[in-house]
Design a protein around this ligand. Structure first.
Ligand SMILES: *[C@@H]1O[C@H](CO)[C@@H](O)[C@H](O)[C@H]1NC(C)=O
Ligand SMILES: *[C@@H]1O[C@H](CO)[C@@H](O)[C@H](O)[C@H]1NC(C)=O
Ligand SMILES: *[C@@H]1O[C@H](CO)[C@@H](O)[C@H](O)[C@H]1NC(C)=O
Ligand SMILES: *[C@@H]1O[C@H](CO)[C@@H](O)[C@H](O)[C@H]1NC(C)=O
Ligand SMILES: *[C@@H]1O[C@H](CO)[C@@H](O)[C@H](O)[C@H]1NC(C)=O
Ligand SMILES: *[C@@H]1O[C@H](CO)[C@@H](O)[C@H](O)[C@H]1NC(C)=O
Ligand SMILES: *[C@@H]1O[C@H](CO)[C@@H](O)[C@H](O)[C@H]1NC(C)=O
Length: 563
């Protein structure tokens, strides 16, 4: 988190990371030279992802993904997700045959196999995604090594043949600690530990990065307080490379506070990782590994996250790995390849997005650092960054398209030169809900403890989004964006369909709005408002239009469940 730098947090790790201006450029590859003589060549930073050039003819973007990042021996059934999108970026040439008619549309005959053993077969339509294929895991032996899987698809009408591969993990049973996996259909996490009675439960991680030596390690009661506020996950900003964390981890195990283990200060030292992972991997509250903290901002070696990732996976395949990227568009491809989960940490509140008083330079595409890379300094920078990452993933294609994105919103309360004030409670709620509307699958803000005002405000929303019914939607469906607040300054509206119910999230990121009528798509088929679990706004359903009684104030956030 950029917030750590120069804030004088009482943490050995963050203190060590404070750079000297001369030591390195930490501006996402941009030029920096102190005022008044900013005369360096104005070079557009390298490492930018640009829109790929498009194919003139349609391509079949055939993909196969195991539904879960790992399966374990005690699970009997698994699934594969098969996508057959028609794309102009990725895939093999897709030609419609002359005998492809409305009466006899083309179909793909699909075979999923490991070597010569067929695991599943079926037929799918071209230009569809999320086709599910069940597989009987009992026909495979659990092992640490992945199973190379081949998907073959044959066009019925043209006889064209397509083939792609993936890797399936069916791991031996694990008797100690937690097991955590990614559900690639929804990008959410499933965890199993001694508190879940042997079943995998979905979790919507909602919490903070937490100060270790100044707070969490000070007393168990500080951790108890954090849990009592409703936060279910924490990224403790320390590791065994800095201090013996046994007591803190012991308390988190006792309270079932899920944690992300943070190796920011040591992830480039592979012998340190090899020493740390065995100390942590069998704890019941371990959720995820965390390697690089803003490797793009620091310009860490491009392959450092990948090297750490490969080593962690070889030592512990039972938990996913995350990292955070600070830049808007700087070597995303290389850094994001080194993690299962990519976090964004745009902090737009209280910044001057165009001029840095800290460095006395302007900030723009080629120059300077204003604390939020290429931001505008509004709450909308958060969903814009989440969208950017999803766009890059679509450009990269392949496995990147199902890599979850998590949000790291601004919730710190420390005077700092980039950030002149704290977010208000309403702004903090808005940034959270905008991130969720745009597909963020978890949220760990920087940094706890925050002000009492923000802590209490975020406690209220934590208790709503981490528990049923809202968490069922957030983990068991993907949001469909109905209105994008980034365009036209209007409302930002998304919905999640889960079972026969629909959760609608309405955010007013800008001005207040009177006479709010949100047209819902007819195919979601809802009849009535069941409840409004967040926001204190009254809603009525008028046909397929959702109407707010009395309009929406500026910075309103509201959740509505319909049936
Ligand atoms: C399948 O492959 C295995 C290993 O390559 C081989 O031993 C076996 O004979 C093959 N079975 C069939 C039915 O081809
Ligand atoms: C794929 O489906 C979309 C709608 O879902 C449609 O607009 C598009 O024309 C289809 N493409 C092809 C090549 O059939
Ligand atoms: C369509 O034409 C191909 C040859 O181009 C042929 O192999 C296939 O059987 C035909 N399909 C149908 C449904 O007639
Ligand atoms: C963490 O707490 C333990 C036990 O109170 C203490 O010995 C240790 O010095 C603390 N570490 C830090 C970095 O404060
Ligand atoms: C790397 O980690 C090892 C094992 O913890 C440690 O002995 C070594 O000093 C570390 N190297 C550096 C350069 O920090
Ligand atoms: C940013 O700083 C510049 C230079 O001090 C100033 O002119 C401008 O008004 C500031 N913008 C904001 C939004 O504070
Ligand atoms: C960025 O700011 C510098 C310093 O004012 C200026 O020379 C440069 O042209 C600007 N770059 C862009 C892309 O506007």
């Amino acid at each position: 988190m950029r917030g750590a730098m120069g804030q004088g947090l009482a943490s050995a790790v963050t203190a060590l990371l404070i750079p000297s201006v001369a030591a390195q450029d930490r501006w996402c590859g941009k030029s920096y030279q102190a005022s008044p003589a900013y005369s360096s060549p104005l070079v557009i930073p390298g490492g930018r992802l640009e829109p790929p050039s498009l194919s003139y003819t349609p391509l079949l973007d055939l993909k196969i993904t195991p539904r879960h990042s790992i399966y374990i021996a005690s699970e009997e059934g698994g699934e594969f997700i098969v996508d057959a999108a028609i794309s102009y970026i990725h895939g093999s040439p897709w030609s419609r045959s002359t005998n492809d008619t409305a009466e006899q549309p083309d179909r793909l005959k699909v075979t999923i196999a490991w070597q010569n053993q067929t695991l599943a077969m079926g037929t799918i339509e071209p230009n569809t995604t999320d086709n599910m294929f069940p597989v009987d895991l009992k026909t495979l032996e659990p092992r640490m090594e992945g199973y190379p899987i081949t998907l073959t698809a044959v066009s019925r009408n043209s006889d064209s043949k397509y083939s792609v591969t993936t890797e399936l993990f069916l791991l031996p049973e694990k008797s100690t600690g937690s097991v955590v996996k990614i559900d690639h259909l929804y990008g959410s996490l499933l965890y199993r530990n001694p508190t879940t009675n042997g079943v995998f439960l979905p979790v919507f991680p909602y919490g903070f990065y937490g100060d270790y030596s100044g707070y969490l390690n000070v007393s168990a009661s500080n951790i108890e307080k954090y849990v009592s506020l409703g936060f279910n996950t924490v990224n403790v900003v320390s590791s065994f490379a800095e201090d013996d964390m046994s007591a803190t981890i012991g308390t988190m195990d006792r309270l079932n506070l899920l944690f992300q283990y943070d190796m920011r200060g040591s992830y480039k030292n592979l012998s340190s990782i090899a020493w740390q992972v065995p100390l942590v991997k069998d704890h019941p509250s371990l959720l995820t590994w965390y390697t690089a903290d803003e490797p793009d901002g620091w310009q860490d070696p491009l392959d450092a996250p990948q090297q750490a990732y490969d080593l962690i996976a070889s030592l512990d395949k039972y938990h996913p790995t995350a990292l955070v990227l600070n830049c808007q568009n700087y070597h995303f491809a290389e850094y994001s390849a080194g993690a299962d989960i990519i976090m964004e940490d745009a902090y737009p509140i209280g910044i001057n997005a165009t001029y840095s008083e800290k460095w006395n330079t302007p900030c723009n595409e080629t120059f300077g650092d204003c604390g939020c890379d290429n931001c505008e300094g509004t709450v909308l920078d958060v969903p814009a960054r989440v969208d950017d990452f999803h766009t890059y993933q679509a450009w990269l294609g392949g496995t990147a398209t199902r890599q979850p994105v998590w949000a790291v919103p601004q919730s710190f309360s420390i005077p700092e030169d980039y950030w002149s004030r704290d977010p208000t409670a309403e702004e903090a709620w808005v940034m959270d809900m905008l991130a969720f509307n745009h597909g963020a699958k978890a949220r760990l803000a920087w940094i706890y403890p925050t002000s009492d005002a923000l802590g209490n405000a975020l406690s209220r929303i934590a208790k709503v989004v981490t528990a049923s019914p809202v968490a069922d939607f957030l983990t068991g469906a993907n949001p469909v964006l109905l209105q994008d607040g980034k365009h036209g300054g209007g409302l930002d509206v998304a919905y999640w369909k889960y079972g026969d119910q629909v959760l609608v999230s309405v955010v007013a990121p800008g001005d207040s709005a009177a006479n709010v009528g949100i047209a819902l798509p007819a195919d979601i088929q809802v009849m009535r408002v069941v409840s409004s679990p967040w926001g204190g706004i009254g809603w009525t359903l008028d046909g397929t239009t959702l109407r707010a009684k009395g309009g929406l104030p500026s910075l309103a956030t509201s959740l509505i469940i319909l049936q």
